[in-house]
Design a protein around this ligand. Structure first.
Ligand code: ARG
Length: 589
């Protein structure tokens, strides 16, 4: 299906043509078009242009107006104030534009991005043998939305789950498991995620206790780190058990989150082991990294510790061990040279921003990131409790992700159940909807504020039916479905010959902006702007219901059809948009 040129883009085009005729030196200047309360659009760009050309703005505006072709798209254009242009569109152009979007059931007329490339998105990166926490939830939710958005614009996306599956802590775990070989055995071959995690947790805690109290165990555990790094097959096989057990747990959480995570996309820290030595060699040979007190370091003029001394990025420790930085630098080489990425996106906690700044700068100095490849950390803020402090359980421990999701689903199910009688939902539907509403609430709360801001995790607010919540959007969608079911014989159909009511125009002009919003949001990695677009859409729909009856006996049949068409397109747009955020829209709610 062909993509649809937005109304705002056609108006922009009309204005630009008239402008360059009236003032040739304006070239392809932007008339600065925006939605307005007074008319459909207002253009404010004439003022600055007139100033630059030393012309009278009102006169220039009048000349532009006289050159704009009206009739097809533009109904009316007039000069207002010091030289603004107020523009009103024809009802026909609005309905025809929406009809073209409606005909493209899959993409709703949204064009692909002009120059798609390959982006590697690094997100959803929990750590092996450890419980996932709310930070991992944020990375997963934001990352998944960014992946969906980019793919929708035609970008080739490579997903990378850079899980923490390597490091000295494995020495102690492996040694302990070797000495207590049945600790990870399962009663049942179909072990649940929860059971896997509780096995790992128990093992971690006992191994840790032993490590801290028993010097001999400590020595054996340290030897195990060396064996692991040397690639000793038996040690690796035991290590693999931890990875596998953890994956059972990760996948169970991702499934609860209603999110697709594919095994081949999990390339953890260990996946770059073979590259580490070479990464260090390249950095040292090129002089990007230097030896300092035995460690291989990269220094930065603007990165200093509290004592005023420079804080280096340590690529290799003085004992020869490689750390987090060496792995990330190797991952960059892999992503740029093997995966041929043009863009690298890291959905990682803002508290790691300094690390990424140093890693990116190092890669730039080494020539791995050049003008043709950009790296970007999509940094997110901290999740806070209702009290505004970092999110903890009442006892002060970290909140288990699974418990949190379960509670969200429980509350959402109660909300759904309350209304279920009226809609006639079966018990099975109540439970399914409860899951979609609960998980949607958690995702939406995360996605509807700018990622870099901290946000309060407040379940009461999240599942509220009023306000900027996913439930509100899901109800808007379900209500439309209910109207469509009640419509009986009447089918949605566009009638460009009809005059539109103000609430219909407002809804229609907002629907027209879906494609531009999606492209903008994908390019800037700002899913919260899509959330706010959708919320506005649902609000405009509410106003529309207040002012325009859809299935009224007083309406002429074509008015009913046209309104059904408008609400159906609204539903499809909500469905598409929510889908890009990873949120489901149940048909009956
Ligand atoms: N596993 C890390 C953590 O839990 C996040 C990894 C982020 N990705 C990266 N390429 N460093 O904090």
């Amino acid at each position: 299906m062909a993509s649809v040129t937005s109304l705002s883009a056609s108006v922009q085009q009309h204005l630009a043509t008239a402008l360059s005729a009236a003032l040739p030196e304006a070239g392809s200047a932007d008339p600065l078009l925006r939605r307005s309360d007074r008319a459909d659009y207002q253009a404010n760009g004439i003022l600055a242009l007139a100033k630059k050309a030393k012309a009278n703005p009102r006169e220039l505006a009048t000349q532009v107006v006289s050159r704009v072709v009206t009739g097809e798209v533009i109904e009316d254009i007039e000069v207002s104030g010091p030289g603004f242009l107020n523009i009103t569109l024809t009802d026909k152009a609005i309905v025809e534009n929406l009809a073209a979007r409606y005909a493209d059931a899959d993409r709703l007329g949204v064009p692909f991005a002009e120059n798609p490339g390959t982006t590697v998105v690094d997100y959803a990166q929990p750590n092996v043998a450890k419980e996932m926490h709310v930070g991992h939830l944020r990375s997963a939710v934001i990352g998944d939305a960014v992946v969906q958005l980019l793919e929708f614009t035609g970008e080739s996306v490579v997903r990378r789950h850079h899980i923490g599956d390597w490091g000295t802590q494995f020495g102690m775990l492996i040694q302990y498991l070797d000495e207590h070989p049945h600790e990870l055995d399962h009663k049942d071959s179909r072990v649940s995620g929860e059971e896997a995690m509780s096995n790992l947790d128990r093992l971690y805690k006992t191994a840790r206790r032993l490590f801290d109290s028993d010097e001999e165990f400590k020595t054996r555990a340290r030897r195990r780190v060396v064996d692991l790094q040397a690639g000793d097959p038996h040690t690796l096989a035991t290590w693999q058990k931890f990875v596998d057990e953890s994956k059972i747990y990760f996948f169970s959480v991702f499934e609860k989150l209603d999110m697709e995570v594919r095994d081949p996309d999990i390339v953890g820290e260990s996946g770059y082991n073979d590259m580490l030595a070479e990464t260090c060699r390249l950095l040292e040979e090129s002089g990007v990294a230097v030896r300092s007190e035995g460690a291989l370091c990269v220094f930065f003029d603007d990165v200093k510790g509290p004592d005023g001394n420079p804080t280096p990025l340590i690529v290799q420790k003085s004992d020869g061990g490689y750390g987090y930085a060496a792995t990330d630098l190797s991952a960059i080489r892999d992503r740029v040279f093997n995966l041929k990425a043009n863009t690298l996106v890291y959905v990682v906690d803002a508290r790691q921003s300094l690390h990424f700044r140093m890693v990116f700068e190092t890669a730039r100095r080494a020539g791995w990131l050049g003008d043709d490849v950009t790296a970007h950390q999509l940094a997110f803020g901290t999740v806070l409790g209702k009290d505004g402090k970092p999110f903890k359980t009442r006892e002060g421990g970290t909140v288990k992700l699974e418990d949190l999701l379960d509670e969200a689903v429980q509350r959402a199910t109660a909300v759904v159940r309350e209304k279920a009688g009226k809609v006639g939902l079966t018990e099975q539907e109540i439970e399914e909807n409860g899951r979609y509403v609960g998980v949607g609430a958690v995702k939406y709360a995360d996605l509807s504020t700018s990622a870099v801001r901290d946000y309060k995790f407040d379940l009461d607010q999240m599942v509220s039916l009023n306000g900027d919540t996913s439930v509100y959007l899901q109800y808007a969608y379900a209500r439309i479905q209910s109207i469509l079911r009640k419509a009986g014989e009447a089918r949605p159909a566009a009638h460009p010959e009809l005059a539109l009511a103000p609430a219909e125009r407002a809804l229609g002009l907002h629907l027209d902006q879906f494609g531009e919003t999606v492209l903008e949001v994908a390019a800037s990695y700002e899913p919260h702007k899509l959330a706010s677009y959708l919320y506005q859409l649902a609000s405009l729909l509410t106003t529309f219901y207040d002012q325009c009856q859809v299935l009224s006996a007083d309406n002429a049949p074509e008015v009913v059809e046209n309104r059904l068409f408008l609400v159906d397109l609204t539903a499809r747009t909500l469905h598409r948009g929510m889908g890009l955020l990873g949120i489901r829209t149940p048909e009956r709610l």
